[in-house]
Design a protein around this ligand. Structure first.
Ligand SMILES: [Mg+2]
Length: 396
């Protein structure tokens, strides 16, 4: 079997990769809907993989893996890797999870990182009410993650939140030391949300990046009595192209509150420091940024060896990203906690694919499906009408 073409279309806002073969089997994958600019980057790799056997996933990846980097510049490589697994599974007539060693669970737990309801302002009451709505959401999420501190509007909406002047521009990193007033504002809202959650729903908090080590320790210790599920990306994270494991280690060693990072990190090698130094309690790589399914699987195994838990990222990876996460998380060791439930936007995405269960989430879990490859297929006729003029030949 040989790769005959690599194509990329932006459908909705998600870059979608299609790899075609000389045996009529196609592989699909999808990158985050925040990365519609990725198309030319995906096409950069086309000449490197043409003519290769897509079933030899690792061999193909040797040609392109070093030509990527931290988020967002690992996404094109990651998406190609996932499409290769889709082909390999379809060619063998088995789900991708079977190629990864088989499943160790029949359903995978998801957490809420993206099912949101409008919040009326930023009072303690407003945070509690929003949490109550998320808790009542029909998916029955057993862990809910909320954005706070530098991962929220707090730096600009709360006067005197930190010692700095927030810059309100796309992807700008605001960093700085949090004031006493800011820290009180933060902890009061966390406490109110946790009270709504009770002990039947875990509360995780995406906090940065941008916090200073001193504040990270202070926050982690302040919320210890609340049994928070994790504090995410306090120091580095998101689009920061480095890790700073030693800083995380200092925070993690100072507290019983679980510390989490990793969604922006590309490749297993860049997790080695975090894992070997036990610098965090939980890592959260995204299959669409780390380099693909095999990288995520490897990190999960290596993390388990070091007593570190897995809570992979994926909130805007789309339906093919969801399929990748379901397949790989089904194979992870017992250190798997939950992955971030991937919602497809706009809603019509659910009308242009086959293969997803309905409803997708029951009791905070997704049943692992058994269809070959990733198990999700385009309804080509329905999907075609969302192609732009430039991408009109994507399915041809
Ligand atoms: Mg995050």
């Amino acid at each position: 079997m040989k790769i005959t073409d690599l194509k990329c279309a932006v459908i909705g806002a998600n870059p979608v990769v299609r790899i075609t073969t000389d045996e009529g089997i196609d592989g699909y994958a999808q990158a985050e809907n925040s990365k519609s600019y990725l198309q030319p980057h995906v096409m950069f790799y086309r000449d490197f993989i043409l003519g290769q056997d897509p079933r030899d996933v690792e061999r193909v990846m040797h040609r392109i893996r070093r030509l990527g980097s931290f988020k967002p510049w690992g996404a094109a490589v990651s998406t190609i890797e996932i499409a290769l697994w889709d082909i390999a599974g379809k060619a063998a007539g088995v789900p991708v999870y079977r190629l990864l060693g088989g499943k160790v669970r029949d359903r995978v737990r998801v957490y809420n990182g993206g099912v949101r309801f409008p919040r009326e302002g930023d009072s303690v009451q407003a945070y509690a009410e929003e949490m109550a709505r998320m808790k009542e959401s029909p998916e029955g999420f057993s862990i809910i993650k909320q954005g706070v501190a530098f991962h929220s509007g707090m730096p600009k909406d709360v006067d005197g939140f930190y010692y700095g002047d927030p810059v309100n521009e796309r992807l700008h990193l605001n960093r700085g030391a949090i004031t006493e007033k800011g820290m009180n504002h933060l902890v009061e809202r966390i406490a109110a949300m946790k009270e709504v959650c009770g002990d039947e729903v875990g509360l995780a908090l995406d906090c940065g990046p941008g916090m200073m080590v001193q504040d990270a320790k202070k926050l982690a210790q302040a919320v210890e009595p609340l049994n928070i599920s994790w504090l995410e990306d306090m120091i580095t994270g998101d689009y920061i192209p480095y890790v700073q494991a030693d800083l995380y280690r200092e925070v993690t060693q100072s507290t019983t509150t679980p510390i989490h990072t990793g969604e922006q990190i590309y490749l297993r090698q860049n997790f080695a420091d975090l894992i070997e130094k036990r610098a965090v309690d939980i890592v959260g790589p995204d299959p669409c940024d780390i380099g693909g399914i095999a990288e995520l699987k490897w990190v999960a195994e290596y993390a388990d060896l070091h007593g570190i838990l897995m809570a992979p990222h994926g909130v805007i990876d789309g339906v093919f990203g969801l399929a990748a996460l379901v397949n790989v998380c089904a194979t992870m060791p017992a250190n798997f906690l939950a992955f971030e439930y991937t919602t497809a936007r706009p809603e019509w995405w659910y009308d242009i694919v086959d293969g997803l269960p309905d409803p997708i989430v029951i009791d905070s879990h997704i049943d692992v499906w058994d269809r070959p490859g990733l198990g999700v297929e385009f309804r080509v006729d329905a999907a075609k009408k969302y192609l732009s003029d430039e991408d009109a030949t994507f399915f041809d």
